[in-house]
Design a binder for this molecule. Structure first.
Ligand code: NAI
Length: 328
């Protein structure tokens, strides 16, 4: 039998955690042949709730679940970790300035980066879900100098999946008919969902839509503000769809993207497409053998350029702010 893969999930007692853990334990994160061992990290006040979830996980009798450990100390939680899902974060509360938010999250992602640096397995892969995801990933990465920088990624897969669903709906096709969709930039309202390189049944998606008004005034804002739409309707933020996107992100990173398609991941820029090196920004990527590559050579027209630049500018500002705070 195979050695289990150590999967650490932070914020395990939160709402995304609850939607995520059962899918990991059932084998959907890595594939049906890979046993997993869960290592849950919570703040002390939420450890009891995480223990409750662990009881339910036990009650599922998942054949691939090798064990569950619960911690309130990042050093222990990341010991031997192969896949780290950083979900727990400090939400923005009323009256909180952006600087306060970044500082509060620095207090979470700095020690977690240090713990990953100290204890993670050589092949560790990190996905940051907790917002502001791109900049939290940057903070964690900067405190893990011994881990290759490209192992730190931020989640824009929910945005990617949302965009595919909206595009498929508009064209009356199946979601599986849509390929090569790209989210560029930050996981925030400035993100740019790009259909100019997307394809629908192999045809160019923008040409198939042929509706600039829909693109500018419905599609882009709807995808970018979908999180707010969900909160408005559900009275709580996206949880199951976010968990699903985290599963997709890691599954594809580990198992590879299909030929002729790509996915969106927030990854450290190598300078491609004019995105300053080191910023953790969303790009179109293909994956193979546990590594990813940015899709090169896409032609970026004026319309797309303006939108990518605006989102990247926001990322640069976030990086400047956390640099000033001494968090990176
Ligand atoms: P939640 O508030 O239900 O759960 C967060 C959990 O994190 C809580 O149980 C809390 O105790 C825990 N936590 C806080 N600090 C911690 C620390 N230092 N170590 C370990 N655990 C800690 O929030 P929810 O709905 O599960 O969302 C989690 C995060 O994911 C939020 O930041 C949210 O904004 C973000 N998110 C990101 C998305 C994306 O597309 N990138 C989509 C949806 C949510």
């Amino acid at each position: 039998t195979q050695a289990p893969v150590n999967v650490t999930v932070t914020g395990a007692a939160g709402q995304i955690g609850y939607a995520l853990l059962f899918r990991i334990a059932s084998g959907q994160l890595l594939g049906q042949d890979k046993p997993v061992r869960l290592r849950l990290l919570e703040i002390p006040q939420a450890v009891k709730a995480a223990e409750g979830t662990a009881l339910e996980l036990e009650d599922c009798a998942f054949p691939l679940l090798n064990g569950i450990d619960i911690f309130d100390d990042p050093k222990q939680a990341f010991e031997g970790v192969n896949i780290a899902l950083l979900v727990g974060a400090r939400p923005r509360t009323k009256g909180m300035e952006r600087g306060d938010l970044l500082e509060a999250n620095g207090g979470i992602f700095k020690p977690q980066g240090e713990a990953i640096n100290a204890g993670a397995a050589d092949d560790v892969k990190v996905l940051v879900v907790g917002n502001p995801a791109n900049t939290n990933a940057l903070i964690a990465q900067s405190h893990a100098p011994d881990v290759p920088a490209e192992r730190f990624t931020a989640m824009t897969r929910l945005d990617h999946n949302r965009a595919i669903a909206q595009l498929a709906k508009k064209l009356g096709v199946a979601v599986s008919d849509v390929t090569k969709l790209t989210i560029w930039g930050n996981h925030s309202a400035t993100q740019y969902p790009d259909i100019f390189h997307a394809e629908v049944k192999g045809e160019n998606a923008a040409a198939a839509v042929n509706d600039q008004n829909w693109l500018e005034n419905e599609f882009i804002p709807r995808v970018a503000k979908r999180g707010a739409e969900i909160i408005e309707a559900r009275g709580a933020s996206s949880a199951a769809s976010a968990a699903n996107a985290a599963i997709d992100h890691v599954f594809d990173w580990v198992n590879g993207t299909p030929d002729g398609d790509w996915v969106s991941m927030g990854i450290p820029s190598d300078g491609s497409y004019g995105v300053p090196e080191g910023l953790i920004s969303s790009f179109p990527v293909t994956t193979k053998g546990g590594t990813y590559e940015i899709v090169q050579g896409l032609e970026i027209d004026e319309f797309s350029r303006t939108r990518i630049d605006a989102s990247v500018k926001e990322l640069s500002e976030e990086r400047d702010a956390v640099t000033k705070l001494g968090l990176v």
